[in-house]
Ligand binder design. Structure first.
Ligand SMILES: [Zn+2]
Length: 230
C-alpha cells in the first residue's frame, strides 16, 4: 500500500481489523502468554507493521506512538480484554478497563505524539477523523522536518529553510512565519489561536474542525516537501 494515495484510512483500518480477528483467535486461552515479553514483542511487531500501513507513517516511528495514532490498542491489552469477557465481565466494562490501562501506559511514554494526544480514550472513540501521509507526519514528528532528517544524517543541519529556527513538527505547524498566512486563515475560520496544547483537542471537537486543520497541515507539509526538493 502506497503512503501517498492508495486506499483510504477506513479501508486500511478494515483490513487491519480482519488481521486482528485472526491474531486474537482463542485469545482467552493464551492471553497469559502475553506476560512473556518476548512473545508479546513478536505480536507487537506484527501489529506495528499493520499500524504503519494504516497511518501511512515513516518506518522510524515508535511502536506505542503508531499504535495509538492508528487506534490499535496494544495486543496485550486486547488479549486481556478478551479474557475478561470470557470470564464474565461485560464488553463495556472490559473495554473501559482496557482503555484505562492504555491511557496509563500511554501517559508514561513522553513523546511528541503523547504531548499532542493527551486523552487516548477520546482519540480512540472519535467518530470522525481520517488520517493521511501528511497529518501522520505532524502527529509523529517523523517527516519533512530538518531536525528529524538531521538526526538520521539526511540533512546538513536542523535549521528551517525559511527562517533558520530549529525545524520540527511543532515549529512548522505552530510557529514558522513562512506559513503565517495559511495558519491565520484556518485560525480565523475556527476562531482559535492554534497551539501545541489545543490543536488535537480542537480536531477532536467535530469533523469540520478536523477537516480544516487537516487541510492546513497537509497543504503546508506538501508545499514544504516540494520546496525542499528544489
Ligand atoms: Zn521556519
Amino acid at each position: 500500500m502506497p503512503n501517498i494515495g492508495g486506499p483510504s484510512t477506513m479501508k486500511r483500518k478494515m483490513l487491519s481489523t480482519v488481521g486482528h480477528s485472526v491474531i486474537l483467535y482463542g485469545a482467552p486461552i493464551w492471553a497469559k502468554a502475553m506476560d512473556t515479553i518476548s512473545l508479546r514483542n513478536k505480536l507487537l511487531s506484527l501489529q506495528r507493521r499493520m499500524a504503519l500501513r494504516v497511518t501511512c507513517a515513516y518506518r522510524t516511528v515508535a511502536t506505542d506512538s503508531i499504535l495509538a495514532i492508528s487506534g490499535l490498542p496494544p495486543i496485550h491489552l486486547l488479549t486481556q480484554e478478551r479474557r475478561q469477557i470470557f470470564n464474565g465481565k461485560t464488553k463495556e466494562e472490559s473495554r473501559n478497563l482496557m482503555l484505562e490501562k492504555w491511557q496509563s501506559e500511554w501517559s508514561v511514554s513522553k513523546s511528541w505524539s503523547t504531548y499532542l494526544i493527551k486523552d487516548i480514550r477520546k482519540w480512540f472513540l472519535r467518530k470522525h477523523g481520517a488520517l493521511n501521509y501528511y497529518l501522520t507526519q505532524f502527529l509523529t514528528g517523523h517527516g519533512s522536518f530538518r531536525k528529524y532528517l538531521y538526526e538520521r544524517e539526511r540533512s546538513r543541519d536542523d535549521e528551517c529553510i525559511y527562517c533558520g529556527e530549529k525545524d520540527d513538527a511543532e515549529h512548522t505547524i505552530i510557529y514558522c512565519s513562512r506559513w503565517n498566512l495559511e495558519r491565520q486563515t484556518v485560525e480565523e475560520k475556527l476562531y482559535i489561536k492554534l497551539s501545541t496544547e489545543n490543536i488535537v483537542d480542537t480536531m477532536l471537537e467535530d469533523e469540520e474542525k478536523w477537516l480544516q486543520i487537516n487541510a492546513f497541515v497537509s497543504a503546508v507539509l506538501k508545499a514544504k516537501s516540494k520546496e525542499e526538493e528544489k
